[in-house]
Design a protein around this ligand. Sequence first.
Ligand code: FPP
Ligand code: MG
Length: 321
Amino acid sequence: MKQALQQISTPIATQIDAFQQAYQAALQSNNALLQQMVTHVNQSLGKQMRPMLVLLCAQLCGGITPATIHAAVSVELLHVASLIHDDVVDESDQRRGKPSLWASFQSKAAVLGGDFYLSAALSEAVKSQQLTIINGIANMGKKLVDGELLQLSGSKNAIYNQAYYFKVIEAKTAELFKTCAQLGALSAQHSSKQLVEKAVQMGLAIGICFQLKDDVFDYQQGEHIGKPVGNDVQEGKMTLPLLYVYEQASESEKATIKQAFDNKDVAYIQQLVSEKGGIDYTLEQINLYKQKALQYLQDFEDSPTRKAIEQFILLVAEREK
Ligand code: FPP
Ligand code: MG
């Protein structure tokens, strides 16, 4: 994983350093509690795949500019803000293998900490001095809320089906990857409308791949992904591996599954999903979206950056964590 990430980042190594510096600069404040929270979040920075995609797409579309760095910092800040708030909403005590901000600082401070990251994201977008980038970030925030609320109302009603599930993951995850690709392309030196559109489609496919993989992890025992296995069922989230099995089931089987799901019977659900092909089906879907993303990438001229993005797509689809 580390090696793959290193390979991917080779064409943008200098700009990643510039990104890291600007990211930390954006998090400066004089408030002691905020400083503690930022230090806590900084202890597990994650893979930072989204800013990497911004930089790679800018490079692919003609060249990284100062606006690209601001866009990369802004998307990462927005992403972290959404995770901080998500852990409050989900009452989730772990994030990236460490106690979440919600667990360590409680709801009130964690919500405000997330607000700070969100505001920092907007300030950073403004520094790009490109209205399309500011607009992209602002719209992205709205889209994330839309996805979370769709998920919330979906889990409370019996309206959950594959079409609904894909709508949710598009809004809560894929749109962010789409925005990364879009902002990267928009900020690039010699970009064109056509290139931006191709990057957008590719970003969307990568994002769907990413969330499908995340949802498979929740059913895979023994993985060290920094989150407990079976978490989604515990949180009342019916994701594709289970949804597929549920949709295939007879009416009486459906009732049994529903009851096990409502009772949070993780062991039963996990065994069922694995036996009835829910994991295999999801892996097939991952492969499909991976192929889609690779196809869009083929429309760009061959270059070391294109090869790096190809590796990026393979990593998203085949990662172990
Ligand atoms: C993780 O999903 C969460 C998201 C992808 C988005 C969360 C968005 C919000 C809370 C609303 C918008 C917030 C801002 C600041 C604009 P998950 O719970 O399925 O995954 P997890 O297992 O990583 O928690
Ligand atoms: Mg969550």
